[in-house]
Design a protein around this ligand. Structure first.
Ligand code: PML
Ligand code: MG
Ligand code: MG
Length: 236
């Protein structure tokens, strides 16, 4: 599902479900955008779906300022193995908006870990992680809700988990939503590390940087955009 208001994207969602679950999922998705003047639903039959037992583990850290929070994110990424100069380039891109024509991109930036070079075939579009969902969204959402998280974390955690599964070494994300200041660093080493505040209230820039190895970028993109993946549950 994709919804927009006055030409601007306001809501999106994706479900991997059985045929019987379609009516319920459609109703749920239709109610999702609070306000829109355009909404498009696409249904696609998919074949084999791989099931992953656990998502990344979730942890959260809060800081007194954006500066401290970004410093923490930088340190984590360096510990994961991303050179500091590459991390700085990533932070810079997200804070300015990653679109070379100005503003944000719908998809993620693929950044060569070694050189900081951008590897997406189309930098105005970026690469989108799609075809990922929870086997039982409602069960996982209940767990996350009890920890004070929202559906935003549910969806971002699924994306981050698929990214690591596909071979992304580390991801840095904060939202392009001016009202949402929590972001995260994700990796197989530390899991899904939520960090607040990665930007100032009212800041319209954000997105996702996938730090990757240059070799196998074609296979990586095919996995991120094409491979259907269901995640069973949060780790114990
Ligand atoms: C969180 O877990 O709270 C961070 C979610 C970041 C979501 C990014 C987005 O919605 O654009
Ligand atoms: Mg978005
Ligand atoms: Mg958004």
């Amino acid at each position: 599902m994709r919804a927009s208001l006055k030409g601007k994207h306001v809501s999106g969602g994706e479900r991997i479900i059985t045929e019987e679950a379609i009516p319920e999922a459609l109703c749920e998705l239709l109610k999702r955008p609070r306000e829109h003047d355009f909404l498009k639903l696409t249904l696609e039959r998919i074949g084999e779906v791989e099931v992953l037992e656990y998502s990344l583990a979730v942890s959260s850290f809060e800081f007194a300022s954006v500066e401290e929070a970004r410093k923490f994110a930088l340190e984590k990424l360096v510990e994961i193995g991303v050179p500091e100069s590459t991390v700085r380039r990533g932070i810079q891109l997200l804070s300015e908006g990653p679109n070379p024509r100005g503003g944000n991109t719908r998809g993620a930036v693929l950044m060569d870990i070694e050189t900081g070079e951008r590897l997406e075939p189309d930098p105005e579009r970026g690469v989108r992680t799609v075809r990922v969902d929870w086997r039982d969204r409602f069960k996982v959402m209940e767990h996350l809700r009890r920890q004070g998280f929202t559906e935003r974390t549910l969806d971002a955690l699924a994306i981050a988990t698929k990214n690591v599964y596909c071979g992304v070494v580390a991801e840095l994300c904060w939202s392009d939503d001016p009202d949402y200041i929590t972001g995260y660093v994700a990796s197989s080493k530390y899991g899904y590390v939520r960090i607040t505040p990665l930007k100032e209230e009212g800041d319209p820039f954000g997105g996702r940087i996938y730090f990757i190895r240059r070799e196998g970028v074609g296979d990586l993109i095919r996995c991120l955009e094409g491979k259907p993946l269901l995640i069973d549950c949060l780790p114990p």
